[in-house]
Design a protein around this ligand. Structure first.
Ligand code: ATP
Ligand code: INS
Length: 378
């Protein structure tokens, strides 16, 4: 694994401008995913019931690989992951980190304990209590590659995406999508995860330069949807109820897909990556959120990073190719976003619902992934 850079190499605005100008005109369809892989320990009734690869970067890579449009049939989806782990990282050979190796640090890998309650969770109650047990190093601006990207996903889990790192992402990428959890998580002395108001953080001033901000319904009050929607499009996910989009001048509800939830971990990450893939296919934001809901539902039906059935993925691809009459070139470009529900929205939902049937409800236990069955049935 490559070693992490020192945090001394900060780039000045002028330097970035030169970088962008120098590369202008080049085809830049690549994505940049920034956020660290982590170790997730799943606990229920005081007992460890699962140990899995975690971190939004792992869930996001998995969905981008599965759902991004490809110019060539073969090959991986074009995106780079900037992630940090320690020498104790247990999943270097798991698919996502193996293909996109993290930077190696002296500090231990970020680790979370997720405590699931024994009582069946209600639709809107938090389904787990999270505690950060270890925190790896932050990701510094100098850790990002010196080139342009079509889109960026800021998907930190433990405060590792620093404000200056997000700012550099914004300079490098044509459009940046941000998970609010990367911006508003706070940790008490015991590592328990809480939230701070986004407005009180140094990230707030960057919002007008962000394209999409995704928050869970639990995080939404800290984001301040009414203020934030005037600066960028805000998406609030709501578990089994799907999601809502809020932009300056409109809003939309997007229906969910049915799922048998065994582990909610990574639903939000998988949603965001499905949504980004939808934009890459040329969908409007409201239509792209269908793909977000689809992959969010697929994520909760398995423990840890999900495996998608090839037949299901093939069906999704065929649906997208058929329903999207004119696919704009697969580029996310801030000036060409459309938000409204298109005329094919309902057809797309119905067709994806059929495709979802090709996903076995619960994949076979996969001991190499720590996949151990039902964590949180609701
Ligand atoms: N039980 C479910 N049934 C169907 N779809 C679900 C379910 N739970 C989540 N989803 C899908 O995943 C999306 C994200 O879920 P949720 O709102 O729970 O995110 P989250 O709280 O950020 O998740 P996490 O922090 O566990 O990754 C939802 O908008 C929905 O589309
Ligand atoms: O692996 C998970 C996942 O990435 C979640 O999005 C995040 O809420 C948790 O902190 C993390 O442990």
């Amino acid at each position: 694994m490559p070693l992490a850079a020192e945090p001394d190499d900060t780039h000045e605005e002028g330097e970035d401008q030169q970088l962008l100008l120098a590369k202008k005109g080049e085809p830049t369809l690549e994505g940049l995913v920034v956020g660290s892989y982590c170790h997730d320990v799943l606990i229920r009734g005081g007992r460890v019931v699962g140990e899995t690869l975690g971190g939004a970067a792992a869930f996001v890579s998995n969905v981008l690989d599965a759902a991004s449009p490809r110019e060539a049939e073969q090959g991986e989806a074009p995106f780079v992951v900037v992630s940090k782990v320690g020498r104790d990282f247990a999943y270097a050979s798991a698919p996502a980190p193996a293909r996109r190796p993290p930077l190696l640090c002296a500090s231990p890998t970020t680790s979370f304990h997720a405590q699931f309650s024994d009582a069946a969770a209600s639709a809107h109650a938090p389904d787990r209590e999270l505690r950060r047990v270890h925190a790896c190093d932050p990701i510094y601006p100098a850790d990002l590659p010196d080139r342009r990207f079509a889109y960026g996903l800021a998907v930190g889990v433990a405060g590792e995406v620093l404000p200056e790192t997000l700012e550099r992402m914004i300079r490098l990428c044509r459009a940046v999508l941000v998970d609010a959890q990367a911006l508003i998580r706070a940790f008490d002395g015991d590592g328990a995860v809480g939230h701070v108001a986004l407005e009180d953080t140094p990230y707030a001033r960057l919002l007008p330069r962000v394209a999409f901000l995704k928050a869970s319904s639990e995080e939404a009050p800290y984001v301040g949807v009414e203020t934030a929607r005037r600066r960028c499009c805000v998406i609030v996910t709501d578990g089994r109820d799907g999601c809502r989009l809020y932009w300056d001048g409109g809003e939309a509800r997007v229906a969910p897909f049915p799922a048998v939830q065994v582990d909610p971990t990574g639903a939000g990450d998988s949603f965001l990556a499905g949504f980004a893939a939808g934009l890459l296919w040329g969908l409007s934001a409201t239509d792209a959120a269908l793909l977000g809901n689809f992959f969010g539902a697929a994520a909760v039906s398995q423990v840890g990073v999900p495996t998608f059935h090839p037949k299901m993925l093939q069906a999704v691809k065929e649906i997208l190719e058929e329903k999207i009459a004119k696919r704009s070139s697969p580029c996310i470009n801030g000036t060409t976003f459309t938000f409204d529900r298109s005329s094919v929205h309902d057809e797309l939902h119905a067709a994806l619902q059929e495709a979802a049937r090709l996903m076995p409800e619960q994949q076979q236990a996969d001991p190499t992934n720590g996949n151990c069955g039902d964590i949180c049935s609701v």
